[in-house]
Write a protein that binds this ligand. Sequence first.
Ligand SMILES: Nc1nc2c(c(=O)[nH]1)N[C@H]1C(S)=C(S)[C@@H](COP(=O)(O)OP(=O)(O)OC[C@H]3O[C@@H](n4cnc5c(=O)[nH]c(N)nc54)[C@H](O)[C@@H]3O)O[C@H]1N2
Ligand SMILES: Nc1nc2c(c(=O)[nH]1)N[C@H]1C(S)=C(S)[C@@H](COP(=O)(O)OP(=O)(O)OC[C@H]3O[C@@H](n4cnc5c(=O)[nH]c(N)nc54)[C@H](O)[C@@H]3O)O[C@H]1N2
Ligand code: SF4
Ligand SMILES: [Mo]
Length: 750
Amino acid sequence: MEATVDDQRIAYTTCPLCEATCGLELTVTGRRIERVRGDDADVFSRGFICPKGASFDQLDADPDRLRSPRVRLDGRLVEATWTEAFAAAHAGLTHVIEAGGRDAVALYLGNPTVHSLAGGLYAATLRKALGSRNVFTASTLDQMPKHVSCGYLFGSVFAIPVPDIDRTDFMLILGADPHSSNGSLWTAPDLPARLRAVQARGGRVVVVDPRRSRTAKAADRHLPIRPGTDVFLLLGMVHELFAADLVAPGRLVDFVHGLAEVRELVTPFKPEMVAPRCGVDETTIRDLARELAAAPRAAVYGRIGTTTVEHGTVTSWLVDVLNILTGNLDRDGGAMFPLPAHGRRGPGRGPGFHIGRWHSRVRGLPEVVGEFPAVTLADEIETPGEGQVRALITFAGNPVVSVPNSDRLDRAIGGLDFVVCVDPYVNETTRHADVILPPPPASQQAHYDLAFYQFAVRNVANFSPPAVALDPGMRDECDIALRLAAIVAGQGPEADVDAVAETELRVAVDRLVRDETSPLYGREPDAVLTALTGDWVGLRQIDLRLRTGPYGDRFGEVPDGLSLARLIERPHGVDLGPLQPRIPEVLRTPSGRIELCPDPIANEVRRLVDSAPPSESEFVVVGRRHLRSNNSWLHNVPNLVKGKELCTVVVNRSDATRLGLIAGGRAQVTSRVGQVQLTVEVTDDIAPGVVSIPHGWGHDLPGLEMSVARAHAGVNTNRLTDDLRLDPLSGTAVLNGVPVRLAPVPPPLI
Ligand SMILES: Nc1nc2c(c(=O)[nH]1)N[C@H]1C(S)=C(S)[C@@H](COP(=O)(O)OP(=O)(O)OC[C@H]3O[C@@H](n4cnc5c(=O)[nH]c(N)nc54)[C@H](O)[C@@H]3O)O[C@H]1N2
Ligand SMILES: Nc1nc2c(c(=O)[nH]1)N[C@H]1C(S)=C(S)[C@@H](COP(=O)(O)OP(=O)(O)OC[C@H]3O[C@@H](n4cnc5c(=O)[nH]c(N)nc54)[C@H](O)[C@@H]3O)O[C@H]1N2
Ligand code: SF4
Ligand SMILES: [Mo]
C-alpha cells in the first residue's frame, strides 16, 4: 500500500556514527526514513551534519543488513528464528564453558558498543555474567593510553580533559585530524567550524602530523613529525618550560604532587637531544613551548597518532603535563573536565588506579581496566593448555579487520569451536560465526549518549525514543545483550531478562539510598523505584541517573531539574552550559592531588634516555581517516563509497620517484607479518619515508554478504601491522609507525 501524506512525520535522533553526537531530523513515512537533515534546533549541533549522518537512511535500509538471526547448519549460515538462535548459542557456549571453564570463552567488544544504549547499559552486564578473564575491546586499538595516563594522573580512567575549543586562544593538536574524524575523546559537532572560530577571534591552531592532513591544511602551522616520536617532541617542550622558567600551574599549584620529580625526570631531554629523534628542529621545539606558555588560554590535544604508537601512554601523559604546567588544565579556554547529566560529582579522592591485577596466559601481559590487549587474542586462541580460548563472543566488533596481523587472527577465529556475534552484517569476522544475532537499525533504537557526553565541550543532554517502532521480526539490542548474559550466567536461553534488568536497577537504587553523598541517601528504595518513569527498565535506569545527577530534579527537590520525562519534552536536547572547573572534586587519587609523576610512567620515561635515534633506511606506515568512512562497516552504503578510490597508499613524491612508483600504479607493501598490494597516490603532503594507508578495508574475503563493500573491497592495512608491537603500559596496539618496505608492481624491468 502507498503511504499517505498523513503517515508522514518528523522524528529527531542523535547520530550514532561518530563521537560528535549531531542531532538528526528524520522525515519518516510509515516505517521508512524518507529524508535526513541536520536538526537546526539541536542545542549542540545546530543543524550541522556530515556525509555519514546524511546517509543514515541508506544505512538503515541497507538490503544486506540481517533481518533475522543466522545459525550455522552443515557449514552454512542459514536463517533461523530467535528461539532457535538463542538455543544454539546456549548449547555451544555451555559446551565450551563446561569443557574449558569461563576463560575458554573470550569476549570482544567493538567500537559501536559505546554508540548504542544497549552497549552503554548492558555490555557490562554481559561481561560480568561471562566472568572470563579473556575480555578484549577496541580500546586497546584506540584510546587506552589516555585512560591509563588519566588513571595515574587523576585517579580515574574517565577523568579525561577535553579542549575547551569555544573559548581557547591556542590549540596544539597532535596526531588527530578532526576535519576528517570530527574529533574523538572530544565531542563537538562541527569541529572544523569551531577551529576556524579560534582563528577568527585571533587565536592560533598548530597541528603536528607526519601528513599534511585536512586539519593541518586549515591550521596556522603544520609541523611534520617522524611517526611514533611525539613523545620526544613533548619531552623537549616540557624541558624547555622548566629551563625557561615558564612553569606556571596557576590555581592548581596546591593540587599538584610531583612537580620537582618531573623537572628532574625531563633533565636529559634537552631540545637538542630530542630534535634528531622526532625530526622537529630544536628552535621549533623551543618556540612551540614558549608560544604555548605565552598564550592567554591554550589547550594541547593528542589522539590516534599519539595513542596507537610505541609510547602511547607516556605521550598521552605528556599532553596533560603540558596542560597542567602551563596553567591550562581545568580552566576555561584550556583543557576541562565535562560533567555529564548522567554523571556524578565525586568526593575528590579515591583508591587510585592500577594495572596488572592479573596477567594474560600466553604473553603474560598485564590486565588494564579489566581487559587484555586485542593484539594477544590470537595467542590465547592458538596456544594449547589450560585456559585456552575455544569460543568467542563479538559484540559490535570486527576484529578480523581491526586488529594487527589480521591474517593470523582470521585463521585463529576460523579454527574456534564456537563463535557468537551480535552484529547486523555477515562481514569479515561474523562469517566465522555459528550464531549471528542482529540488532535492529539505529532508527529503531532509543538513544541517550552515555559515552560521549563524558567528553563533550558543552554539558548537554538529549534523549530520543526510537524513530520507528521495532520491526516485528527483530529484538531490541538490550534484550539480545541481556539474553546472552543470562545464557553465559547459566540461566538458559529462556530466562526472564526483564527480571535480570529489574534486579540491576534495584541494586543501583539500593546503593544510592545507602550512599551518604547521594541525593537519595536515606530514601525508601521502593518509593524511588515507583517514582521512576520510562516505558521499559533500561529507560528507568537512565531516569535514575539523570534525576540523581548534577542537574537532576532529585525527585522533586529541584523543580526545574532534569529527568527522562523532561528530556522527552525537549527533542532538540537541553543545553546545560559551558564546562566548569572540577578540580579537586573530579580527582580520585588517594592523595586527593594530581599525581604528576607516577612511578610506572616515570620508569618508561627513563628507558627513553638511552634510545637511539631511529634509522633512516626504512619506510613506516601510518593510517588516515576519510570523512565518508567509519572504521570497517560503512562501505556497504552506496553514497559513501562512490567517487574516488579511498583505499590507496599515499607516498611522498621524492620517494615515489626514487622507487619508480607512479600515481595510479600499484605498489607492494611488505612488513614483518604480511604483504599487500594497492593503488599509489603521489603527494607532497606526506613526510618522506612515511606512507599512509587507511584501515577498515579488505572486503574481498570469501563468505561476506556485503555486496556494495565487496565491489569496493580495498585492502586491509592490518595485514601489515604487527601484533608483537604494543605500548607496554596500556597494551595498546602500534597502528602507526610500523616499518614496511615498498616496491612497484610489477617491478621495473632492469
Ligand atoms: N591499522 C589501523 N587499525 C585500526 C585503526 C587505525 O587507525 N589503524 N583504528 C582502530 C580504532 S580507533 C577502532 S575504534 C577500531 C574499531 O574496531 P572494531 O570495533 O572491531 O571495528 P568496527 O569497524 O568499528 O566494527 C564495528 C562492527 O559493529 C557492527 N555494528 C554496527 N552497528 C552496530 C550496532 O548497532 N550493534 C551491533 N551489535 N553491532 C553493530 C558492524 O557491522 C561491525 O561489524 O579499529 C581499530 N583499528
Ligand atoms: N570519518 C570518520 N570519522 C571517524 C572515524 C572514521 O573511521 N571515519 N573513526 C572514529 C574513531 S573510532 C576514532 S578513534 C576517531 C579518531 O580520530 P582522529 O585521531 O582524529 O583520527 P585520524 O583521522 O586517524 O587522525 C590521526 C592522525 O594522526 C596522524 N599520525 C599518524 N601517526 C602519527 C604520529 O606518530 N604522530 C603524529 N603527531 N601524528 C600521527 C595521521 O596522519 C592522522 O592524520 O575518529 C572517529 N571518527
Ligand atoms: S559528524 Fe559524526 S555525529 Fe555528526 S553527522 Fe557526521 S557521523 Fe554523525
Ligand atoms: Mo576508535
